[in-house]
Design a protein around this ligand. Sequence first.
Ligand SMILES: [Zn+2]
Ligand SMILES: [Zn+2]
Length: 626
Amino acid sequence: MFRSCFNNDLENASDFEADGCCNSVILFAKAANSSKLLFAWSLHLVSDTNQRDPTARGKIVNPHWIEKNVIRQWKRGCDRRNNKDCQMCPAASRLILTRPCWLIDTWRLCLTTGAVNAPYVALSYVWGEEPFFKTTRNDLPWHSQIQNMASIFANATVTIIAMQGANANYGLRGLRGISKPRNLVQDIFTLGEGSSITTTQQQNEDQNPWSQRGWTFQEQIFSRRQLVFSADRVQWKCACGNFLEDLMPPPASEVVSQSTQSRDHVFSTSIPNFNRYAELVRQYNDRQFTFPEDALAAFSGITTALSHTFYGGFICGLPALFLDMALVWQPDAKCQRRVPSKPSNPTKLGLPSWSWVGWKGKIDHNWSLGCRFEYMVSSRHESLSVPRTIPLVQWYSRSWENMELAAIKEPLELQELKKRGLKGIGSIPPGWRRFDYHGVAYEPEMPPARYVYKHDCDPTTEFWYPIPLCEGQHNPPRPRGTDTLLCCRTQRIWAFLSQKFSHSTREYTNSSIRNSKGTWIGELRLHDNKIPTKNLSQSHQGSESGDLCELIAISWGYFYEKWDWSVFQIDEWNHKERPRDSEKYEFYNVLWVEWQDGIAYRKACGRVMKSAWECQELEWVDLVLG
Ligand SMILES: [Zn+2]
Ligand SMILES: [Zn+2]
């Protein structure tokens, strides 16, 4: 019956699935040769004016104009339910609340001071390239406001999200007497006896310009109540639920709080969750900026909120406590150095090459693999098979202008707790308790663990060892916002890059690392798929193969050979020249760097076999990473 309607869309679809209950059904169309979802439609029985069937939820709406009262009803409904998470979203409770310096008075159509004690509405939209009325950055106290943007959205009573339209001139369509009409296409199928069915196509929100912009990411996360204009429709989103124009609201009894949204969980727990942090970075880092130097500020609400669980806070977007693990982030596809809008060194403007924030591109989510279950007791398989990243150096941070170094002590504090915790010796930090344990070993070479640990804030999670938490910590972490340089004393080698190769299923490119004899010693993952082509030898039989590169060691680690790591994108796992005659694959995490004016810049990150590294001519170096 619906096929005739969707003919154009359905050419490639062969498989249909339906899911739903009562008088609402979601119909999925899948591609013939894969499980890829092509389209999804919600089908709803239309509620007639007499409401003969209370389960009928479909609603016929005006194609051009939004019903006058619907928005007000949504807001009043939410106000009435008095849902705690609609007053303040969990993520925002960890920000210092600020108000905007300036507000737009929509009655008098002018700018007015924000220093009034009244609720305000925020607008999240895309500037675009079209000329449009705007204040310039010099007009307003921009810098302090830009750092607190998340808080300004969190404090708004409602955020209007203009998801549709490539620029600010598009406006919010469908408001009669105010804006241009919209063009809502609603399919209506008539059944017998005066009944009918409507459909709504599920919107893919990732496709619109708004979802590709950098600033909008935290604007959405921190907005507690959202009025979203997208695809010629308007909808209301809050912790009470999602309310659509073309759907009758569910009966009051069925409106349940959705406060435990997974996205927010990372902000409400007391245990740092590197995995969720990594997922946020992944969703964020290939977004676009008009001013690429904003990339750190537009994520700062997130790192500020997470600083309540990540002991030590963040340095240019990387968590201090897990700095060694965080530094080995890898691109998941081509990624390019962010170039500031004004001529300046990107690192100076908060875009260092050692952090993901200095690059635009998707980050590999296997990044968090080394941290995911490292400290948590999980299933046998997971706990044993966790890859390890072990600190090698003492890191210091400093700002571009000031030579003064500040030691980053958190990773060593963590190591100390780990050492004592695994042995079951020494005092236990406040809030932690030790329990006898008769399970597996922390890792294969160790005797079975005798203890596990729990923290008062989470009685269900078992830890191999206590980790530093922010609970009960009186001093907030030292702000490191302006520290864009990382320093340490470490060792370097010179090696050769050769044999660039790409994977059929992956969007990045690797390069093998070889010693002067041409022997394989490790692997790098390239950022922009480019390595210098000059001197790149086709065969590596000669004494020198490929391009000379400088590699510096930043940490070390290992994997157990008995698990298959190739699925986790350990690029060299199946490399035929990689020796695998021992139980462990041990390696140094290395950065390929290039120096400029006394500062080394990351060009790529990879691993060199530990045994091979130690056979090279090692040279001590005072590293300043920018
Ligand atoms: Zn609500
Ligand atoms: Zn993921």
